[in-house]
Write a protein that binds this ligand. Structure first.
Ligand code: AKB
Length: 318
């Protein structure tokens, strides 16, 4: 059985990934790594072990890896795109200095490492429609720079030292559990909260701006399936395009209105978010992920909307 450390276990993806990994591999085999001030709470804390695991403190990471006999690390420590623009040095420190600490420990302790990349690793000069797996990556945001560097460093540690590094380029992730903080795609989560609370929504992204998005269950499944994949079949490693749906603000709004006809949305475009959104793909081509490790999403905009509205209504309107 694997022994897994999730770094960033209390964040948007980490909180759900840790619980899903505990379901699949057994609670005692999945350690929730956290930083001071972001300790696990509730079910996350009570259902399994947790450990201090700050990516910027290699000694602390080393203690956690040795104490629990870790062989697989899911490294989710990162700042999202908008926050990274306001704190570029911190984004680098966590995203890249932190990654190097993990890769060095993985080399020493023979751990496999998953560190997500993002649609943010692409830039304005990337082909936007059916963005190929291997293409131009010249982002102009610090988030994008750290994501391209993540891909390159992870591949380097694989080819040079044989560390089993793998990753995906996540689209905007939509979830009804932990809200995101400081991303360009956050509007596609926020809109559901407003709709369920019966409030009008002001969208920061311009009508017609397409971005890849994904429902959390598909995102978790992608990460775990890739880490389970037969290495002999992987031509690529860091990182795979994965896609399930792509839409602009008016499309998600119209989908929600099928269930909440009185819901209203207006626009007040945020220039930073808009310029980041316009530099990202409209839709990625994920055929390499499909061919090399059997990636298949299960949700589209319609089925995700039904589930989001059901789950949020059950929680917020109690
Ligand atoms: C963000 O908007 O920063 C993230 C991402 C797409 O990487 N959700």
């Amino acid at each position: 059985m694997k022994k897994i450390l999730v770094i960033g276990s209390t964040g948007q993806i980490g909180s759900e990934l840790t619980m899903e990994l505990r379901k699949r591999y057994g609670s005692d085999n999945v350690v929730a790594g956290y930083i001071p001030g972001a300790e696990p709470k509730g079910e996350l804390r009570d259902s399994g072990p947790s450990e201090l695991a700050d990516v910027t403190r290699p000694d602390e990471l080393s203690v956690a890896i040795k104490k629990h006999g870790i062989d697989t690390v899911y490294n989710l420590a990162a700042l999202l795109s908008v926050v990274a623009e306001s704190k570029p040095l911190l984004a680098w420190k966590i995203g890249i200095d932190g990654l190097l600490n993990i890769l060095e420990l993985a080399r020493e302790h023979h751990c496999a490492v998953f560190t997500p990349s993002s649609i943010g690793s692409f830039g304005i000069s990337t082909p936007h429609w059916m963005t190929p797996q291997d293409t131009v990556q010249r982002p102009r945001t610090m988030y994008g720079v750290t994501k391209v560097t993540t891909e390159l460093l992870s591949d380097y540690y694989h080819t040079k030292y044989g560390v089993d590094t793998r990753s995906v380029r996540f689209p905007g992730i939509i979830s009804n559990v932990t809200p995101p903080g400081g991303g360009t795609t956050d509007y596609a989560v926020d809109i559901y909260y407003y709709a369920v609370r019966g409030e009008d929504f002001v969208c920061p992204i311009k009508e017609g701006t397409l971005m890849d998005m994904m429902y959390m269950p598909d995102a978790l499944n992608a990460a775990i399936t890739l880490m389970e994949a037969d290495p002999a079949k992987l031509v690529h490693r860091n990182s795979f395009n994965i896609a399930s749906m792509s839409f602009g603000p008016e499309e998600i709004y119209n989908e929600i209105r099928k269930h909440k006809p009185d819901f209203k949305m207006t626009y007040a475009v945020d220039p930073l978010k808009q310029s980041i959104a316009e530099s990202w793909p409209d839709r990625m081509d994920d055929s390499c992920a499909r061919d090399e490790w059997g990636w298949r999403p299960t949700y589209d905009l319609a089925s995700m909307t039904v589930d989001m509205l059901d789950k949020l209504s059950a929680r917020l309107l109690k």
